[in-house]
Write a protein that binds this ligand. Sequence first.
Ligand code: PLP
Length: 391
Amino acid sequence: MPEFDFDEEIDRRAVPALKMHKLVLGADGMDLFPGGVADMDFRVAPAITDAIAKRAAHGIFGYEAVPDGLIPAMTGWYATRHGWQIDPAQILRSPNVLNSLAMAVNLFSDPGDGIIVQPPVFFDFADIIAENGRRMVENPLILRDGHYKMDFDGLETLAADPDTRMIFLCNPHNPVGRVWSREELTRLGAICRAHGVLVVSDEIHADITLPGHRYTPFATLSEEDAQNSVICLSPAKSFNIAACCSAFTIVPDPERRATFQAENSRLTVNKNNAFASVAMEAAWREGGPWLDAVLDYIAGNLALVRQRLAEIPQVHLIAPEGTFLLWLDFRKLGLAPDDLTAFLRQKAGWAITRGIAFGPAGAGFGRLNIACPRRRLDAALDSLAQAVKAL
Ligand SMILES: Cc1ncc(COP(=O)(O)O)c(C=O)c1O
């Protein structure tokens, strides 16, 4: 018996889990294979449930300070796992990563300013930019020979516009699964510094890398790059605690940090949640072996997808380097986005995230979450194979 049982089917509908909820699946889609929302169907590390149970047993949940051990647990994790020594003085709390991104937009750009994104990319970037009255400036990734790259020439041109103030970097990149290399990030960092474009780097997927790939924290490139960045971190993805954690914003530049801190204070986002605190501390202090086992299991699920897709030549997998999200190319099926969604739902029984949600370049693609029990994934691949055959 392995130490952690990721094959276990757990009824997530016993709680209002979004991934299985009618809000996401649609009232007519409750029986579909839920491969959308980016969390895992695995029970969290025992250390986390133990810490929460112990905290619950205490029985009093009045106002609390941040536990003394939390920030050391966090900095210890990034130092040992990723070789990044985070200066505790640079760490600010935030309710979640999207909040950190929205705060950065509001504080360090003005209405109408351009913010660069590199689609296909996490759809909430576009919403944050639009809802805060900024302009999204697209520098699409280049897909060549089944591999996505950044368009550095395009980036240089867009960054040179004085109205472009910021870039949202997704490192690693949801949904195409790139774990950007040090060389790529260094090039991006240099272009942004040369043109006064602030790098806001969303590193929520940092820990989820596949064998042979290593996450490079943007702030470790150079002191100059660190000073020209705002980094958004959270243990939500790595430890499957999105509903029970907070996020952290690393702001190395002292002036920007003071501005950020003042805004946190003005909006009173500094309150502490007792359960989130103990969950995060337990995750970072004791969750390593669980995460390693999850990464193994995800690599196994990926191997299964590769093996099964070899029988379905119309569906092509973009080889991922990280995240538990696969970017599938369905273009050979020749279906328009709405028809592809209808085909996947009605014929294959799949509810995955539409590729078009990540920008026009996502048309004909879909994002499949493989952080689920293998048997369920295998059954879903059976249904896909049959549906494609019958098409
Ligand atoms: C790249 C990226 N950033 C942010 C988030 C959401 O983060 P949070 O729940 O902390 O706002 C997600 C969730 O899917 C994500 O993929």
